[in-house]
Design a protein around this ligand. Sequence first.
Ligand code: B16
Ligand code: MG
Length: 224
Amino acid sequence: MKAVIFDLDGVITDTAEYHFLAWRHIAEQIDIPFDRSVNESLKGISREESLESMLTFGGAKTKYTNAEKKKLMHLKNQYYQTLISKLTPENLLPGIGRLLCELKGENIKIGLASSSRNAPEIITRLGIMDDFHAIVDPTALANGKPDPEIFLTAAALLGVSPADCAAIEDAEAGISAIKSAGMFAVGVGHEESMLGADLIVRQSRDLTLELLNEEWEQYRIKHF
Ligand code: B16
Ligand code: MG
């Protein structure tokens, strides 16, 4: 294991909840139904695709022009940015600071593969910007998760072969992307949302380098 690539929202910090609150705010504004189960399917996917899914679920798929959709996305992002403006290093999810230290101690490369255009601001506020050897710019990608492009780009930026990378995700689209990239997939959350992951932990605090190394060895024995 030469590199570990992190998803951001829902893995490093609980901004997955902020995305939910911001989309719910928009749903209320335009009076369409929205709940946590719909939100689950938005995790890891782009702002544009999230709005389309939300409108489809709410029965308003063809109701808005492109200009109106742009405005809705802008409003969602404004609400979201108000929430993230309060982030501090205390908002790192439990165990993540320790894991980053353990990885640095072993000279394992650290990458970020977040679909969020707000990622640089978030990791700066969390005080971990300098821990990353590579951060993928999602605006430079042709395809979002579940396409593997974001994880393959992270590996290329780190100069590590995908087969030597582990990646950590909290969303179904993300786990599919990691597996399609040929990497060791670690899922954080409920088993039913982590189908296909090679290792599943319930909470970020369960992520230790010791566990990753142990499971990595088992995975290599099984697959190579
Ligand atoms: P933004 P991740 C993803 O981040 C979120 O999970 C997803 O809910 C969001 O729509 C997407 O980023 C785009 O975010 O609107 O801030 O550009 O999980 O890939 O770190
Ligand atoms: Mg996520």
